[in-house]
Write a protein that binds this ligand. Structure first.
Ligand code: GDP
Ligand code: MG
Length: 177
């Protein structure tokens, strides 16, 4: 558009990590395009999607990277983490194992990424409350211990997805300003 409104003040790379099928690609689809699919196939092709938001009168382009089905242990390459200033560390509130793997993902993230990376622990699929296998208290306790932000989301119901990205991007913004 005109009016000089396409000026980008910042580009922030944010990575999505966590076990396969926890909902990373749908969280990204919800944030980038406000879409959701219940039969999403394993991620193929596209490396990242972008969305530009305004934070404190500055134009911030969020470049959100999604794993291309590389969620097996140690299969995510260091190029994926390179330059990342934020991360969403995602588990599925109905899959205990996906939460039990979070320390492993965190260790990998911290060994590859920038020291100041902003990390949000995300418990996804809260719409499946009757199948819940991870309590909010357990997750919150872990997040506090590890100094992570924490939110529960539903990509399906669009609950807290916006909030999760906004929180991470605003925190990054505050660090660089
Ligand atoms: P990824 O492997 O981590 O990228 O997971 P996907 O985004 O492909 O999602 C895996 C499956 O979980 C798909 O069938 C999605 O439709 C489903 N899914 C993702 N987010 C949610 C959610 O918030 N609620 C429910 N009920 N299903 C979800
Ligand atoms: Mg995926």
């Amino acid at each position: 558009g005109g009016g000089g409104s396409d000026k980008i003040d910042y580009v922030f790379k944010v990575v999505l990590i966590g076990d396969s099928a926890v909902g990373k690609s749908q969280i990204l689809a919800r944030f980038a395009r406000d879409e959701f699919s219940l039969d999403s196939k394993a991620t193929i092709g596209v490396e990242f999607q972008t969305r530009t938001l305004v934070i404190q009168h500055k134009s911030v382009k969020a470049q959100i990277w999604d794993t291309a089905g590389q969620e097996r242990y140690r299969a995510v390459t260091s190029a994926y983490y390179r330059g990342a200033v934020g991360a969403l560390l995602v588990y599925d509130v109905t899959k205990r194992q996906s939460f039990d793997h979070i320390p492993r993902w965190l260790e990998e993230l911290r060994s590859h990424a920038d020291r100041n990376i902003v990390i949000m622990l995300v418990g996804n699929k809260t719409d499946l409350e009757d199948q819940r296998a991870v309590t909010m208290e357990d997750a919150r306790e872990f997040a506090q211990k590890e100094n992570l932000f924490f939110l529960e989301t539903s990509a399906l119901e669009a609950t807290n997805v916006e909030n999760a990205f906004q929180t991470v991007l605003t925190e990054i913004f505050n660090i660089v300003n």
